[in-house]
Design a protein around this ligand. Structure first.
Ligand SMILES: NC(=O)c1ccc[n+]([C@@H]2O[C@H](COP(=O)([O-])OP(=O)(O)OC[C@H]3O[C@@H](n4cnc5c(N)ncnc54)[C@H](O)[C@@H]3O)[C@@H](O)[C@H]2O)c1
Ligand SMILES: [Zn+2]
Length: 387
């Protein structure tokens, strides 16, 4: 008997589009950015809005909640459905699924539908957790991200990913989900502690090293200003870093990371492992600085960069006060970060390394002995900066 087999080939192309605004004093009466963000697609409608705020942002900006309430009351187009909800800040918020559940309960309680808005104000961890939670009620509600740390303004809020940690693994549960809009307000940065002011700079060094030599030179030239909390230098750094991340995600042809190559994760195999080995006491940005140092050492041994370039990289990180050695790097489990990274990529190990300054190469194998050598080198030469 003849067998009949039919196949319908389905192809759906979806365009993702969102604005990234840069502003100051977002909830000042005369600042229209937020109102326009909410209402530009449907200007005549009243939009339901529910805010989630990082507790360390609300405590360091004691007037923020009142400013939000006053601002929304004065906007005819915004219906603030509840007082802003304060959630714990920092990585702890990604380690606890009950917080995700509470976000679900609030979206149900306040009837946040697919055309309402959840707004999240906070560091990268809170953005990731609320983004993950908001991706599921009604299969996703509109999310406006308002990042408040250097790292979230120059990197994490620009992307289309979110996640929480599970089974002792960083970002094990997550979704790809573009925000409705992103708003960077530099005023938030002024209350960051020194660690969080500095830590996000490592993501800028990361993209500069693999994509933009003049940007690396800019960072080199401005380390003193950055360490001394110069807001203009930081604003420039954030803008360029955000721009490079946005461009990469837009142009790489792999926004949803279906392939193996992950250039924006340069330095991240070691970073993710270090974060989890330290029980998340080491910040993501601090761990990325170490990852960059280890992989740059490796790149020098393999002849992709020269000795002067390696010293330039290590010196920039050191001048910015990044610790480049932590005791967790001696943990026998540390090297398994490579295997976990391979699993996360989905099969083939693909590690991005710098070639000179501003270009990159991908390798599929890493010699463990050279990583151990890199760790010894960092312990012997960079065991300072507060560790
Ligand atoms: N989704 C992505 O594509 C992506 C990309 C990179 C990093 N990340 C994630 O981002 C997280 C790191 O983000 P982070 O560096 O912003 O750290 P963080 O969110 O842990 O914030 C650091 C600390 O600063 C506090 N804080 C935030 N804003 C503040 C402000 N304006 N003033 C005072 N304190 C403030 C936070 O409460 C926290 O205690 C990690 O979980 C990382 O995995 C996600
Ligand atoms: Zn990162």
């Amino acid at each position: 008997m003849m067998q009949i087999q039919n196949t319908i080939h389905q192809k759906i192309q979806v365009t993702l589009e969102f604005p990234v605004h840069f502003t100051q004093n977002l909830f000042a009466e005369n600042n229209k950015t937020f109102e326009q963000c909410v209402s530009f697609k449907e200007p005549k409608k009243q939009h339901k809005v529910l805010f989630f705020i990082d507790e360390n942002v609300s405590s360091t900006h004691p007037d923020l909640i009142d400013s939000i309430k006053t601002y929304c009351q004065k906007c005819g187009s915004i219906n603030l459905v509840s007082n802003p909800i304060v959630v714990p800040g920092g990585e702890v918020v990604k380690n606890n699924t009950s917080i995700v559940e509470s976000i679900h309960k609030y979206t149900d309680k306040f009837k946040i539908c697919r055309h309402s808005f959840a707004v999240v104000i906070g560091g990268g961890a809170v953005l990731d957790m609320v983004g993950f939670a908001c991706a599921t009620p009604h299969r996703g509600v509109r999310l406006i991200r308002i990042p408040t740390t250097v790292l979230s303004q120059n990197d994490s809020a620009m992307g289309v990913k979110n996640a929480i940690n599970a089974f002792n693994k960083k970002n094990f549960l997550g979704t790809f989900c573009a925000p409705y809009a992103v708003i960077n307000d530099r005023e938030f940065l002024k209350t960051l502690c020194f660690r969080d002011w500095i830590s996000g700079i490592s993501e800028a060094i990361k993209v500069a090293l693999i994509k933009d030599k003049p940007f690396f030179e800019f960072i080199q030239k401005h380390t003193d200003l950055l360490v001394n909390r110069d807001i203009i230098a930081m604003e420039k750094l954030i803008f360029r870093c955000a721009e490079i991340h946005l461009q990469h995600i837009r142009c790489s042809g792999d926004a949803f990371e279906l392939g193996y190559s992950r250039p924006l994760d340069f330095g991240h195999w070691a970073a993710h492992k270090l974060e989890s080995l330290s029980a998340y006491n080491i910040r993501h940005g601090e761990a990325v600085a170490v990852g960059i140092a280890i992989d740059s050492y490796y790149a020098e041994k393999k002849g992709f960069i020269n000795k002067v370039q390696l010293q330039d990289i290590l010196q920039v990180l050191h001048s910015l006060r990044f610790p480049l050695y932590y005791k967790e790097m001696q943990d026998p489990d540390f090297i398994n970060g490579l295997e976990e990274f391979r699993e996360h990529l989905g099969g083939i190990l693909c590690i991005t390394l710098p070639v000179g300054i501003g270009k990159k190469i991908e390798v599929n194998e890493i010699e463990h002995d050279m990583i151990f050598e890199a760790i010894d080198y960092l312990r012997e030469n960079y065991n300072g900066n507060g560790q």
